[in-house]
Design a protein. Structure first.
Length: 758
């Protein structure tokens, strides 16, 4: 199997007036923040759409400029200002607030200070459990709680104020209002306490406000640590790029930055070094470790003339390579772009979260006011009523809702990329788990894709060498596997090939061209039948070859009388290693498998049986023209049982692209063509059919994590808010529960990193 990984297809260039911009955003804390930033961006004139991701802290904006392209730089400035006016900090996309090599304790200082100041306030609460009364003087409580409230908690006031000005709400507003109410109540109780008992300390709630602020800060810090782990896959891919390369010039080797490398340069790669960019080996022999790009654990041999991919590791041989792609055109850069696109995108299920978060905070504020008035109406004092209202505001946090979907998508796409599965968008990830039918292209997908010419039968009186040389000449410019097999057979016999003229490809049928003034047609038996070519003495032989499972083609020559048969060709291919096991694994999951082939029925069914497919059960579609593959996918989607089926199409050729696009989920083999990979929602970086089952499995696991996260995020609020309103939760417990909800969602998503291929 050819393990050389060709460049991925770049995204289709948009029209001149359409642009896309990625923008980093600091300061978002919950799903309500996401909605607010999206609304602010969409109000900017020219913006077509804006999608904000809480987990990546980024926005992707699609916008149009005037005729001729306009000034995209001016639009970027407007978008940045819109983000800033909404109360958040714009930054360059991909620029992390914490450096990639940050210590695990980075950013812990405010949390540590908060814990140190809050601990003495909590100590009396612990003493009460043992019958001890260690109440601190009111002024000491004030001195400990106030810095936590107004210095460490300043971020909540700032973000909450921006939200209030925009007539919206977010987590920060809830925390700021709740803790301020607790702190203000404590001040009022302290200042209005009777003075006739100097030693008596009234019950204050400074500890509640300080501990809630500290717990929220602790939760955000733990959440940030978890986020860094979910983006580990992207950082690992970025780390594959070496900073310096050994440029081979007239004066020998010179070390230059990788950014200065140009296409056509020759670079020296020493044993153990990373290959810096894509290229072709021109000198030397080595083994290359491509595991970080393709998931293939075994090194692959690379000799002169073989392609090498930037980011892979050179083995024990010194090689000289000629650069074929640099910068954004390299395979590694395109892999990174695909993974980043998938992680930045919103899954369809996220729409529900966005709708809920838009009204969540206002509803919580209404519930808090109702709680306050309700307790007062039942005769509770202002002190108790206010504390219950504070607990409602503190426990109701939409953070977990905002993180539930993107955290799982980031973890899922990251671990998939590590195993050589590139998921282009969140929609493909979410749909793949529903697939109940998988259609496979045959050649190059289930088979090795390097067919051999196993028989070449000429009509009586024809010169076999002359006809074979003519056929090879006509086929010499084609990339079709059967054409390459003919050229290879001619090369083995050392036949000289003349230059063909007027070569014309007939899609799905064959090729026509002139050699030495004679016109030859090479193609399928169906094409010959359509043209009225009589197989004559070779008809029986062609039928026998088909029954033996060979793919049979024919050669005709234009003569004065019309078209005359000159030869029939038989081709044999071999199943890919593991293809049979891959199909069995899909069947074990209850998924129907179908092979779609342009071969004659005999050859297709013979190969199907070798792969463990049952032609009698409708698991083979033979003699399918390239233009009809999409229609076959549509037929599978409708189903003979009248039900709508979710169909995945797996292919690798240009002729598979329409079917890949028509399927619910398209999976392109990474050893195939750029067009196929561009049309597919998922790219398998190595041509291993086992990756199909793996892609469906990681989709299933990711969607399961999304549903688990959303369930617990909703359940947490559905249960927590009524408990707080009824007085069963105090603000400290509510604050701890709120912090725990976000951390638990991130931790659950990170369990996906433990996924392994079955």
């Amino acid at each position: 199997m050819n393990t050389t990984t060709p460049p991925l297809a770049a995204s289709a260039a948009p029209p001149e007036s359409l642009h896309s911009l990625d923008l980093g955003i600091s300061g978002m804390t919950c799903a309500s923040c996401v909605g607010r930033v999206e609304r602010a961006l969409r109000k900017v004139p020219g913006v077509q759409d804006a999608s904000v991701n809480l987990a990546t802290e980024s926005a992707r904006v699609a916008f149009a400029t005037g005729p001729g392209g306009g000034d995209a730089a001016a639009m970027e400035a407007q978008l940045r200002r819109a983000v800033r006016n909404a109360g958040y900090e714009p930054r360059a996309a991909g620029q992390d607030e914490a450096p990639e090599d940050a210590s695990p304790w980075a950013g812990f200082l405010p949390v540590g200070v908060g814990l140190a100041l809050s601990a003495p306030l909590v100590l009396p609460m612990l003493g009460d459990l043992f019958g001890q009364h260690w109440m601190l003087p009111a002024w000491v409580q004030f001195l400990l709680a106030t810095p936590v409230q107004f210095i460490l908690g300043a971020r909540f006031y700032k973000a909450g104020w921006h939200a209030a000005r925009a007539l919206s709400g977010n987590m920060d507003l809830l925390v700021a209002l709740g803790t301020s109410a607790g702190w203000g109540l404590s001040m009022w109780l302290w200042l209005t306490a009777p003075t006739d008992h100097p030693g008596h300390v009234p019950h204050l709630y400074f500890e509640a406000s300080a501990v809630v602020v500290t717990l929220v800060l602790l939760g955000k810090w733990l959440e940030a640590r978890a986020k860094r782990q979910t983006t580990a896959a992207i950082r690992a891919l970025h780390a594959l790029r070496p900073d310096v390369v050994h440029l081979l010039g007239k004066g020998g080797e010179v070390d230059v930055p990788v950014a200065e490398v140009l296409v056509g340069d020759r670079l020296v790669v020493r044993p153990g070094e990373r290959i810096p960019v894509d290229g072709t080996v021109v000198e030397g022999h080595t083994q290359v470790d491509e595991s970080m790009l393709t998931g293939e654990p075994l090194p692959v041999a690379r000799d002169a003339g073989a392609g090498v991919t930037g980011g892979s590791i050179n083995g024990d041989g010194r090689i000289v390579m000629e650069v074929t792609a640099v910068g954004a055109e390299t395979v590694l850069a395109q892999i990174i772009r695909l993974v980043e696109d998938a992680q930045a995108a919103k899954a369809p299920i996220q729409r529900l979260v966005d709708q809920v978060s838009a009204v969540f905070v206002p509803v919580v504020l209404v519930v808090a006011v109702v709680t306050l008035l309700g307790w007062l109406a039942m005769g509770a004092g202002l002190e108790a009523a206010l504390i219950h209202a504070v607990a409602v505001m503190v426990i109701a946090c939409p953070c977990a809702l905002g993180l539930a979907t993107p955290a799982a998508i980031m973890a899922g796409t990251g671990v998939a990329a590590k195993h050589g599965i590139l998921i282009k968008d969140a929609q493909a990830l979410e749909l793949a788990h529903k697939v109940d039918t998988v259609a496979f292209d045959k050649t190059g997908t289930l088979t090795v894709g390097r067919p051999r010419l196993t028989a070449f039968e000429v009509v009586p009186g024809a010169d076999e060498a002359v006809v074979l040389a003519a056929v090879a000449a006509v086929q010499s410019g084609s990339e079709h596997p059967l054409a390459r097999a003919v050229v290879a057979a001619a090369a083995e016999r050392q036949l000289p090939l003349a230059g063909p003229d007027g070569v014309r490809a007939v899609p799905g049928r064959g090729t026509e061209g002139e050699v030495a003034g004679q016109s030859y047609l090479v193609g399928s038996l169906r094409w010959m039948q359509e043209l009225g070519v009589d197989l004559g003495p070779l008809a029986g032989r062609a039928q026998v070859l088909q029954q033996e499972g060979a793919t049979v083609s024919a050669v005709a020559q234009r003569v004065t009388q019309g078209l005359q048969l000159r030869a029939v060709l038989a081709f044999g291919d071999e199943p890919k290693p593991g293809a049979r096991e891959a199909l069995a694994a899909l069947k074990a999951r209850g998924i129907r498998t179908v092979m779609v082939s342009g071969d004659n029925r005999g050859a297709a069914e013979a190969m199907a049986r070798r792969l463990g497919l049952d032609p009698e059960a409708g698991e083979v579609m033979a003699e399918v023209l390239p233009g009809d593959k999409a229609a076959k996918v549509a037929a599978l989607q409708q189903g003979a049982d009248g039900k709508r089926h979710q169909v995945a199409m797996v292919g690798d050729g240009v002729n598979d692209a329409p079917a890949l696009a028509a399927a619910d989920v398209g999976l392109a083999m990474g050893n195939g063509t750029d067009v196929a990979m561009h049309a597919a929602g998922i790219t398998l970086m190595r041509g291993d059919p086992m990756l199909v089952a793996a892609a469906l499995d990681i989709s299933h696991r990711t969607v399961l994590k999304i549903r688990q996260n959303l369930f617990w995020a909703f359940a947490y609020n559905v249960a927590g808010i009524p408990l707080a309103a009824l007085g069963y939760l105090n603000p400290v417990v509510a604050g701890a529960a709120m912090a725990l909800s976000s951390v638990s969602v991130m931790a659950n998503a990170l369990l996906l990193k433990r996924w392994r291929m079955g």
